[in-house]
Write a protein that binds this ligand. Structure first.
Ligand code: HEM
Length: 338
């Protein structure tokens, strides 16, 4: 009777919502458990939206703050969550101050920071100019971020994957010994004769997937993609992971498997879906430089050292830590000269 008169509708609505959430929860758990790699399964429902994982709170906190930036107004939170960024910016400030102290305007600029500082000096009193101290800090930190952190994180992944896959490391050692030997340093010209090493470096980049959400882009005009209208001015976050881990493309998308880049004869094969540097006009400017760095540093290190998990230590995890870039979880390795 209460239902007919409308008085009991509130409790029916609550019951219905709880029931739907419960069915949703059961459904998701069933689907996710098979899709997720071993490890904690994120919370369902709201947890699904934010991908909250209570076993990895720093990682989850970034995602929550990214979704609800208003939370950054909570006093003290910024200092706590972005402590690493503050240390990084302090390092950039030190570097710039060192240039100010040691720069000699009578000499040609030693690097970009010197050149920028000279422009800041010229632009003094011109509020329209973008040559100012604040921009210098950002340009220097951008270049560190874009050019150094990316390559060094990839190398950290490469060494981690070598200690986790000693069989792969052995084959790289063997190829280095055959093609380069110990008598000279590796050169870029060696790359074409080293298909296995080349495949390993590509697979490190695919597996590590260090820029999973690329950089945000904005549509400069209305555009239609697969029937969806995306209006001008929309922020887009291209999901590079969806390509690098695409299960319709890669034989073992969630595993480290250098054979992804080798044919049956052991020749190196390119993949359209290999895009850790993104794609299109705004793809990474430093890609050719990064490829050289990765090949030369990786082969130099493996030419000289054998890497392994230190004696008595547990096997490190290959799960990454997301801080916009994905770095390996901290690990220790043992390097022995060959
Ligand atoms: C393994 C190393 C690297 C990876 C995985 C990487 C990846 C990326 C990605 C995914 C983007 C975003 C592209 C987009 O917006 O669609 C990017 C942009 C960029 N990268 Fe790299 N990068 C690496 C190394 C470097 C190096 C060594 C430099 C130069 C010193 C560099 C300079 C830049 C610059 C300047 C941009 C911005 C380009 C633009 O907005 O037009 N990167 N990189």
């Amino acid at each position: 009777m209460e239902l007919l008169t409308g008085y009991g509708l509130g409790s029916v609505a609550i019951f219905t919502v709880l029931f739907i959430l419960l069915v949703d929860l059961m459904h998701r758990r069933q689907r996710w458990t098979s899709r997720y790699p071993p490890g904690p399964v994120p919370l369902p429902v709201l947890g699904n939206l934010l991908q909250v994982d209570f076993n990895d709170m720093p990682y989850s906190l970034y995602k929550v703050l990214n979704t609800f930036p208003i939370l950054l107004r909570i006093p003290g939170l910024v200092d706590k969550v972005f402590a690493g960024q503050k240390i990084f910016m302090a390092m950039v400030d030190n570097l710039v101050n060192e240039h100010r102290r040691t720069g000699d305007p009578a000499q040609p600029p030693r690097d970009l920071t010197d050149a920028f500082l000279a422009e800041v000096e010229k632009a003094k009193g011109n509020p329209e100019s973008s040559f100012n101290d604040a921009n210098l800090r950002l340009v220097v930190s951008d270049l560190f971020g874009a050019g150094m952190v990316t390559s060094s994180i990839t190398l950290a992944w490469a060494l981690l994957l070598m200690i986790l896959h000693p069989d792969v490391q052995r084959r790289v050692h063997q190829e280095i010994d055959e093609v380069i030997g110990q008598g000279r340093s590796p050169e870029m010209a060696d790359q074409t004769s080293m298909p296995y090493t080349n495949a390993v470096i590509h697979e490190v980049q695919r597996f590590a997937d260090i820029v999973p959400m690329n950089l945000p882009h904005m549509t400069s005009r209305d555009i239609e993609v697969q029937g969806f209208l995306i209006p001008k001015g929309t922020t887009l976050i291209p999901n590079l992971s969806s390509v690098l881990k695409d299960e319709t493309v890669w034989e073992k998308p969630l595993q480290f498997h250098p054979e992804h880049f080798l044919d049956a004869q052991g020749h190196f094969v390119k993949h359209e879906a290999f895009m850790p540097f993104s794609a299109g006009r705004r793809a990474c400017l430093g890609e050719p430089l990064a490829r050289m760095e990765l090949f030369l540093f990786f082969t130099c290190l493996l030419q000289r050292f054998s890497f392994s998990v230190p004696h008595g230590q547990p096997r490190p995890t290959d799960h990454g830590v997301f801080m916009f870039l994905v770095s390996p979880s901290p690990y220790e390795l043992c390097a022995v000269t060959r």
